[in-house]
Design a protein around this ligand. Structure first.
Ligand code: PLP
Length: 422
């Protein structure tokens, strides 16, 4: 028996579904999980010794590729001085300063350990600040798995075809209003009563597959929320340091009130943060009445890895290079689908992209769901067998890293041309 198979059997006995996060199970693409043994640069090797060009990048964090030597050296150096203290350290201050320099709307920052914690905390803060209970989220938008956000959630929940989740009490979902992405009129109606605490949104949707904001959409959200005293939260856990150094808010020049950010800012270790207007952030304990805490928040290893990642990304040419690579892959995959006669839409912003198997256009979750997920499953398996590891869901984005080469992108496109012809 293959080693992966035997690991998977052991895993299923002790871990529900054999995985610690559901999409990794690869169920929606009719495959078994790929157990990874190691990663380096743009490539990962599985437990059976098969090598793949990786387009998952740990779901976004690894924009520099796997096992980046400078990140590893930084972690080793900081680790020698101890791994956690539960008391503040200077590296947390440097991290907050670097984050504020990159994303100026984050006037004050608090570090946490996951994107879920960041969005959950930002929402509590927005509710505490406004004294209002209701929130607005987008259908197919994913913001982690806090109860009030698992309402028509995308990502894993959408992939598995469960709207919301069992175990979420009606009370937690009742104050969540769900609107279609790219639809300003529905937000306008929902905020009109001046009782909405926050709009939380992925400024570039990445968890229904990649969907870009329509012209004027983010501006419209900014105007509407400002008019009604509603806190605008950009969930940039995926887009932060991805679609631009300063995130989607830099790319589209919109200033939210609060930002949640994660993935890339941990440099491959668990770190996330939320931050924004100082007058709102000062409502947090110990200054204000909104409670929020974390034993491992601001962990020195994660802060150091994240700081190093930010430093490397700030070097000249990083985002131009990511744009080129993203375009090469996006154009190549779109052409491959065309030449195979497969109806497909390529949605791309920078180095995030999704090939939807439908005639399109894909502008929101409803149109994303018209995609042929059976065809996507076959495509995933075919590409995996040709040495390309795609995100195992039609409703996730592929991520290109600075470790990918033009030759590897061409290799992926060649594999896709053959796979789509099959
Ligand atoms: C990944 C993601 C989250 C959740 O982050 P975790 O670290 O997985 O908890 C939240 N929001 C967005 C937009 C994400 O992409």
């Amino acid at each position: 028996m293959q080693r992966s198979q035997s690991i998977f059997e052991r895993a299923r006995a002790v871990i529900p579904g054999g995985v610690n996060s559901p999409v990794r199970a690869c169920r929606s693409v009719g495959a078994d999980p790929v157990f990874i043994a190691s990663g380096r640069g743009s490539r990962v090797t599985d437990a059976d010794g098969n090598e793949y060009i990786d387009l998952i990048g740990s779901w976004g964090p690894l924009i520099l590729g796997h096992a980046h030597p400078e990140i590893l050296a930084t972690i080793a150096e900081v680790m020698a001085a101890g791994t956690t203290f539960g008391a503040p350290t200077e590296i947390e201050v440097k991290f907050a300063e670097a984050l504020r320099a990159a994303v100026p709307s984050m006037e004050m920052v608090r570090a946490v350990s996951s994107g879920t914690e960041a969005t959950m905390s930002a929402l509590r803060l927005a509710r505490g600040f406004t004294g209002r209970a209701r929130i607005i989220k987008v259908d197919g938008g994913y913001h982690g798995h806090a109860d009030c956000l698992l309402v028509a959630a995308g990502s894993g929940a959408a992939t598995l075809g469960i709207p919301g989740s069992a175990g979420v009490p009606d009370g937690a979902a009742r104050d969540t209003i769900v609107v279609p992405y790219n639809d300003l009129a529905s937000v306008e109606r929902a905020v009109a009563a001046d009782d909405v605490a926050a709009v939380i949104i992925e400024p570039v949707a990445g968890n229904m597959g990649l969907v870009a904001p329509a012209a004027g959409y983010l501006e419209g959200l900014r105007t509407l929320t400002a008019r009604h005293g509603t806190v605008l939260i950009f969930d940039e856990v995926m887009t932060g340091f991805r679609v631009a150094y300063g995130g989607a808010q830099a790319r589209y020049r919109i200033t939210p009130d609060l930002t949640t950010i994660g993935k890339i800012i941990g440099g491959g270790l668990p770190a996330a943060a939320f931050g924004g207007r100082a007058d709102i952030m000062q409502k947090l304990a110990p200054l204000g009445p909104v409670y929020q805490a974390g034993t491992l928040s601001g962990n020195p290893l994660a802060m150091a890895a994240g700081l190093k990642a930010m430093e490397i990304l700030a070097r000249p040419g990083s985002y131009e290079r990511l744009e080129q690579l993203g375009q090469r892959l996006g154009d190549g995959l779109a052409a491959a689908a065309r030449s195979a006669g497969v109806p497909a839409v390529m949605n791309r912003v920078g180095s995030m992209l999704t090939l939807f198997f439908c005639p399109g256009p894909v502008t929101d979750y409803a149109s994303a769901k018209t995609a042929d997920t059976t065809r996507f499953g076959a495509f995933f398996r075919n590409m995996r067998d040709r040495g390309v590891f795609l995100p195992p869901s039609q409703f996730e984005a592929m991520f290109v890293s600075l470790a990918h080469t033009d030759a590897e992108i061409d290799q992926i496109v060649d594999a896709a041309r053959t796979a789509l012809a099959d």
